[in-house]
Every structure is written in C-alpha cells, then in structure tokens.
Write a protein that binds this ligand. Structure first.
Ligand code: FES
Length: 69
C-alpha cells in the first residue's frame, strides 16, 4: 500500500538530542511530526497491498482509494 498526504512544511524540523529513544513518524499521519503519535494504526487496520490511499488535510481519514499502478 501507499498513501498521499498533504504536507505544508517548507523546511526541516529540528530533532533535539534525546536521552531516550524517539520514534519518528514514517507513515506521514502523525499530528505531532516529526514524532510518531500512534496514528499509523489506521494504516495497519485499513490499508491493503496494491492500493493508494489519499488522506484529507488533517490526515485523519481516507478520502480516496485507487489501485496502485
Ligand atoms: S509512524 Fe506515523 S504515526 Fe506512527
């Protein structure tokens, strides 16, 4: 599966030195970028291989599903 997500950032986000492990969002759905906030659970629960999912601007729900070509 793949997903299309609106991003409006125009530059990097500083990741300050951490004393503990930090989980960086790789799914693009976190509301607390660059950190993972658990929003990836929707990917695991709903997305299927061979499909492309387009999410709304708040990255909270799927608005379109297409076959991945
Ligand atoms: S990897 Fe994106 S919210 Fe967890």
């Amino acid at each position: 599966m793949a997903r299309l997500i609106y991003h409006d950032a125009t530059g990097p986000i500083e990741l300050p030195p951490q004393e503990k492990s930090a989980w960086i969002c790789a799914c693009g759905l976190s509301q607390n970028l660059p950190y993972c906030d658990g929003a990836h659970s929707i990917c695991r629960k709903t997305e299927e291989e061979g499909k492309v999912y387009t999410y709304d601007k708040p990255r909270k729900s799927v608005v379109e599903i297409k076959d991945d070509q």
